[in-house]
Ligand binder design. Structure first.
Ligand code: BGC
Length: 821
């Protein structure tokens, strides 16, 4: 954020990501006034979650400071001071308990502490803030390495929070509950509150944006990207958070597909969100062209303020051979700003084949004959039937290969037919029928598309056989100093998560620099130069580790604290912007907003010379408890895929800047993440978990894919040739590189687990081109398999060359674009 204008633009864009859950009409306020600010998020405002999804920024304004800067008089400074002391004490106790536990188990504290977030503590402080208006900013954080819990202080509100929120809503003339949260919280106990806003975590401008929304300088126009309801109502059908094997027994019934199909009404459904104004809409046209259906509508602003609305189109497919969820999102469209009394015409377009179901027996996507009921509305439950698409006979829309393995159970299905209905949304009435001829539908056969994986040729004869191995691991070299077992983070851009081998330089190829996301570009705000290398300066231990990392672990990771370095010199700065989290972006339901923030990241990548952004992250919100949900978009694959594609387009319009979509695939929990086996049916895999990746690859051509830590049906994803070669490359036509998640092969990590770490040689054989950050053990594993000395993995030089080829092609493409700037 270079100036006020930037801040205003960012703040307005971030406003689109906030979701107004309840609205009495008391907000926005007419002007600044005395205000009583309470809650954990007022002073310790969260701009993002913890871990690699956290972006270090130079300056960050809390909600408290943003309100003060805007001219409000904050009447609760004493309360906030006292609450700070309570939080500090609770934090000390929390860290001590983790250290104690680690000691008992004989493991380093960071193994247990990584990503562990302290539940909000109970407290009892007088609610003595003055003024007509009060705001309670509820805070919940989470991050990689740990999952959330259905407990008070986490998913549930604490007794103190409930007591104070209810009391404040009675005491003050105007009261708003603001949720500065990483994901869902159970709002059941405070449903009587009349004004509730999901602020989410909005990056650098979080505080400003909230003030702007409260003052009506901008307005919330987001819709929920996942269902918010009572803790007890979330599906318990599948496993979650198991140590070793996690069975996705619920199959395709994830999120609203589950709630709708069993007729359970959530507190706030998928797609829900109010506005400061009111809208009405009307269908103006319906057409079908070879299965491509267009619904045209006019949206009118019938309220008293300007705003934006999202129209959503859901399809209920006929049940035939396969059971179907009640409905699934098929298209959506957000209007531009509509002034009072204004209107906008919108088109919702989708191809019927996009709602095909995956028939495991035939390894094909099919559309069954019958009536496809199309519902249009402003959330998943406020819909009306607008037409019926009547398909004359079964259509096989896509033949595929069988990939991903098979689970040891049959997917759950609802005991009664899925059409449990939601009032108006279930009344079919007199609607037009679109007769669809199965033969007119677009079909494809993706089974044997071998030509796609032929790699582009390069001067591979120029590369020494000896070097091939090193070129497939991150920046590791046998001669590196220190403990030297691990590849290092980038030495070219401080704070970047990694880079490809410096051996590439020998062949005139620039190593690829990779920096984390998804909440912006994660670099060190401060760094020093040492010859032609750089290293982070100041606080170098990531916040998520700070309380738990000891000197022994630092040594193992080859990390030296800034003040322990032999040479020091001037400190340089890199100022990056934290953007709204993945969930917040999806809540905008606006690809333009997603692309706007992607563009901002691309601009900073150009500035700081980063080639690959380790984002977007697009795992599905399978459970509200996944610790990394805030990085991910939605419980719905279409919304995830469209939001992520727009982010990718925003980044990649910058020449030489590419994205790395992650974590491929089924990385839906953090518990035991290196060794957790996701057991999933092929249908759920295809329709739910792989679909966002497929959408992105086909729409937005990301430069790379990052495989996940977990296993999929018994094999690590980075070791699954069916996933990486048969599906990703042959079926979907992906032509970039595949890289591992960091340390998936486990170098130096303690472990006694049911499932071992992934194999480095297995990665290369599967088509996972690059092992990050790379280690001596990785090189040895590859060499052993190459020499035929590994009983399990027999690697050929041609397989190794194929991986190197792909990295070289991407690097050539990137540096060509960089040079053309
Ligand atoms: C995370 C990735 C991240 C990588 C590099 C891993 O722990 O799972 O999402 O990109 O670290 O920082």
């Amino acid at each position: 954020m270079e100036n006020k204008k930037d801040t205003d633009t960012l703040s307005k864009a971030a406003g689109e990501c906030m979701v107004l859950l309840k609205n009495s009409g008391d907000f926005p306020l007419n002007g600044t006034t005395e205000i009583a600010l309470y809650g954990g998020g007022a002073r310790r405002t969260l701009k993002g979650g913890t871990g690699s999804g956290d972006v270090d920024v130079k300056e960050f304004l809390s909600v408290e400071k943003a309100f003060a800067e805007a001219g409000f008089e904050i009447t609760t400074t004493n309360w906030l001071d006292s609450f700070d002391r309570i939080l500090d004490k609770a934090h000390q106790d929390f860290v001590s308990a983790i250290k104690e536990k680690a000691k008992e188990r004989g493991v380093p504290a960071f193994i247990i502490g990584m990503g562990a977030v302290m539940p909000q503590p109970e407290y009892n402080l007088p609610l003595d803030g003055k003024g007509d208006t009060a705001i309670y900013i509820l805070s919940r954080n989470s991050g990689e390495g740990s999952d959330r819990k259905f407990m008070e202080g986490d998913m549930k509100l604490t007794k103190s929070e409930i007591r104070d929120i209810l009391a404040l809503s009675k005491k003050h003339k105007k009261f708003m509950l603001v949720l500065n949260v990483c994901g869902v919280v159970d709002l059941e106990p405070v449903m009587e509150v009349d004004d509730i806003l999901v602020m989410s975590m909005l990056g650098s401008v979080s505080g400003y944006s909230l003030v702007d929304v409260i003052l009506g300088k901008c307005y919330p126009s987001g819709k929920l990207s996942s269902t918010w309801t009572k803790s007890n109502d979330y599906s318990q059908i599948g496993d979650f958070g198991n140590q070793d094997d996690t069975r996705y027994r619920e199959g395709i019934y994830v999120g609203y597909r589950y709630f709708d199909s069993i007729g359970k009404k959530p507190l706030f459904p998928f797609g829900y969100g109010l506005s400061y104004t009111n809208f009405s809409f009307e269908i103006t046209g319906i057409s079908n062209f070879g299965g491509e259906i267009t619904i045209s509508a006019i949206v009118r602003n019938i309220g008293k303020r300007a705003g934006k609305e999202v129209l959503q189109l859901y399809v209920s497919s006929p049940e035939g051979k396969m059971e179907k969820p009640y409905q699934e999102l098929a298209a959506f469209c957000k209007t531009g700003e509509i002034p009072v009394n204004g209107h906008e015409n919108v088109d919702l377009i989708f191809d019927l084949s996009e709602v095909s179901s995956y028939d495991e027996e035939r390894a094909s996507f099919i559309l069954e004959p019958g009536d496809y009921i199309l519902r249009i509305g402003t959330d998943s439950q406020e819909t009306k039937v607008c037409t019926i698409a009547r398909l004359d006979e079964e259509a096989i829309t896509c033949k595929t290969a069988e990939i991903g393995g098979t689970p040891d159970f049959k997917d759950w299905k609802p005991s009664s037919p899925a059409y449990s209905g939601h009032g108006e949304g279930n009344r079919i009435g007199d609607v037009p029928i679109l007769n669809i001829d199965a033969e007119s539908l677009q079909t494809s056969n993706n089974v044997a598309n071998d030509s796609i994986i032929e790699t582009k040729s390069h001067n591979e004869s120029d590369i020494d056989d000896e070097d091939l191995v090193y070129l497939c691991v991150g920046n590791y070299s046998d001669t590196q100093g220190g403990t030297g077992i691990l590849g290092s983070a980038s030495t070219s851009v401080a704070g970047a998560a990694g880079q490809t081998s410096s051996k590439y330089e020998k062949y005139g190829i620039t190593p690829l620099i990779m920096a984390d996301g998804p909440a912006g570009l994660r670099l060190s705000p401060k760094y020093r130069k040492e010859g032609d290398k750089v290293r982070p300066a100041g606080e170098i231990i990531p916040a998520a580790f700070r309380d738990f990392i000891d000197d022994k672990t630092l040594e193992l990771l080859g990390i030296k604290r800034d003040d322990e370095q032999e040479e020091t010199g001037p400190v340089f700065e890199q100022n990056c912007t934290a953007i709204p989290t993945g969930t917040a972006l999806a809540q905008s339901w606006n690809p333009e907003i997603c692309s706007f923030f992607g563009d901002l990241v691309g601009t900073e990548m150009e500035k700081y010379k980063v080639h690959l952004w380790l984002a977007p992250a697009m795992n599905i919100h399978r459970s509200p408890l996944c610790g990394r949900n805030f990085e991910y978009y939605s419980e719905d694959p279409l919304l995830s895929g469209i939001a992520a594609s727009a982010v990718i387009e925003g980044v990649q319009k910058h020449p030489g800047c590419k994205t790395v979509i992650k974590h491929f695939a089924c990385n839906n929990q953090e518990t035991n993440r290196f060794h957790s086996n996701s057991i999933v049916s092929q249908r759920a895999l295809r329709e739910i978990y792989l679909r966002p990746f497929e959408i992105c690859i086909k729409r937005a051509s990301p430069g790379a894919v990052m495989t996940s830590y977990n296993l999929l049906n018994g094999i690590h994803t980075c070791n699954r040739k069916d996933l990486l070669t048969d599906l990703l490359r042959k079926e979907w036509g992906f032509d970039g590189i595949v890289i591992t998640d960091w340390m998936v092969t486990g170098t130096g990590m303690p472990g006694n687990h049911k499932y071992p770490y992934a194999s480095a040689a297995g990665c290369i054989m599967a088509g996972n081109d690059l092992i990050m950050p790379g280690s001596r053990a990785d090189c040895e594993s590859i060499k052993k398999a190459l020499e035929g000395k590994d009983p399990e993995y027999k690697l050929t030089k041609s397989e190794l060359k194929t991986c190197v080829n792909r990295i070289v092609s991407l690097a050539a493409n990137i540096s060509e674009s960089f040079n053309r700037r």
